[in-house]
Design a protein around this ligand. Structure first.
Ligand code: TYC
Length: 101
């Protein structure tokens, strides 16, 4: 048996991947008051009045708007809590999540 020890020419580079981020998406509806949407956005996503208004009015005009991106667990928790806040007041307010490409 040979005792030759071969030295690898290339260094092993274990592949580490960042977790995919998930978008939280605000969906427009015809019933939830604008001010209420803004209030929920500020409370759940820690964004200021101007940013919350911009997100709300974009969803109002276009049908949807990306609020923020997080790891999957955080995105799902925030989307659920924000949707629940609407339901608690009898509004059909909806937040969904979707993985980033
Ligand atoms: N379209 C609603 C209204 O006119 C306001 C609204 C905006 C509701 C964005 C939901 O995601 C939404 N009262």
């Amino acid at each position: 048996m040979s005792d030759t020890v071969l030295t690898p020419r290339t260094k092993a580079r274990p592949k580490v991947e960042r977790p995919r981020l998930h978008k939280v998406i605000l969906v427009n509806d015809d019933y939830t008051p604008r001010e209420f949407v803004v209030r929920v956005l500020k409370a759940e996503f820690r964004i200021n009045e101007d940013e919350a208004y911009r997100v709300m009015i974009t969803a109002h005009r276009k049908g949807v708007c990306v609020v923020a991106v997080y790891t999957r667990d955080v995105a799902e928790t925030k989307a659920t809590r924000a949707s629940d806040a609407g339901r608690a007041q009898g509004y059909p307010l909806q937040f969904t999540t979707e993985p980033e490409e």
